[in-house]
Design a protein around this ligand. Sequence first.
Ligand SMILES: C[S@@+](CC[C@H](N)C(=O)[O-])C[C@H]1O[C@@H](n2cnc3c(N)ncnc32)[C@H](O)[C@@H]1O
Length: 296
Amino acid sequence: MVARAARALAAAGVEAARAEAEQLAAYVLDVPRGRLALADGFTPAQRDRLDTLVERRVAREPLQHLTGTAGFRHLELAVGPGVFVPRPETELLAGWGIAQAGRSAAPLVVDLCSGSGAIALAVAQELPSARVVAVERSPAALDWLRRNAAGRAAAGDRPIEVVAADVTDPALLADLVGRVDVLLCNPPYVPRSVVVAPEVAGHDPDEAVFGGADGLDVIRPVVGRAATLLRPGGVLGVEHDDTHATAVPALLAADGRYERVEEHRDLVGRPRWATASRRADGQHADAAPAWQTGSS
Ligand SMILES: C[S@@+](CC[C@H](N)C(=O)[O-])C[C@H]1O[C@@H](n2cnc3c(N)ncnc32)[C@H](O)[C@@H]1O
């Protein structure tokens, strides 16, 4: 059954066909993937169920929509239609933010464009001392975010604060001005003209993926608002398109309120996220930013 499913997925262009076939089979049999070889085999009903799921995956429905969950760091998040499926590369940004926030005794961490809550809930799980605020605009995504947040709070994590707002609003989080220790953001950033994979085009919401003609429509205002929200010495981490390796660090440097601008790569070596530190007021952007001097 697994081999047949893997062949069907491979023929449909699914890259990790064998791994996904095993995940679907394990899901249907309700066993961990590592125990698949020890399972008793499929009942006729389970066989039909696996065939149906494979057909849907062949039609390029995301695996995570079929199983209803996405792994992110140490979390299993509920996902489905209306919310962006969290990606492995974003785990790096979240991990960086957790390490940065861990330097403060009781950090205030903000996650802009929170989607399923992946970044915010990872911070809350791994850093119980943190106050975490998650901002999202889409009503559908907010439903998933609130569901995941309630699930983690019930599991014993410190509850996060969910704010329904547009992150491009110039008055965003006015009560937190100058107080945020760590601000993280995985915004929509794909330039509008880019052709994306069928799983993305058909299932991730457009407003979660595309960031206008150059992909920077959300990042531009976020860079400005983050500088206002961060305390002096507070840090920003923002994910971006692999074509933005120069553009996003340049936006950060041009703002004038950041220092230590750095560019980072994802798991396969593509430029994927940038970080910067909020200057103390009165400091000036006279030194060359790190990204221009080649350090990273
Ligand atoms: C790329 S997804 C990231 C979701 C999540 N942070 C993650 O890493 O999986 C971007 C999210 O930003 C939300 N979004 C897009 N534009 C927004 C805006 N102007 N204000 C607030 N949220 C926005 C989308 O609804 C989507 O959930």
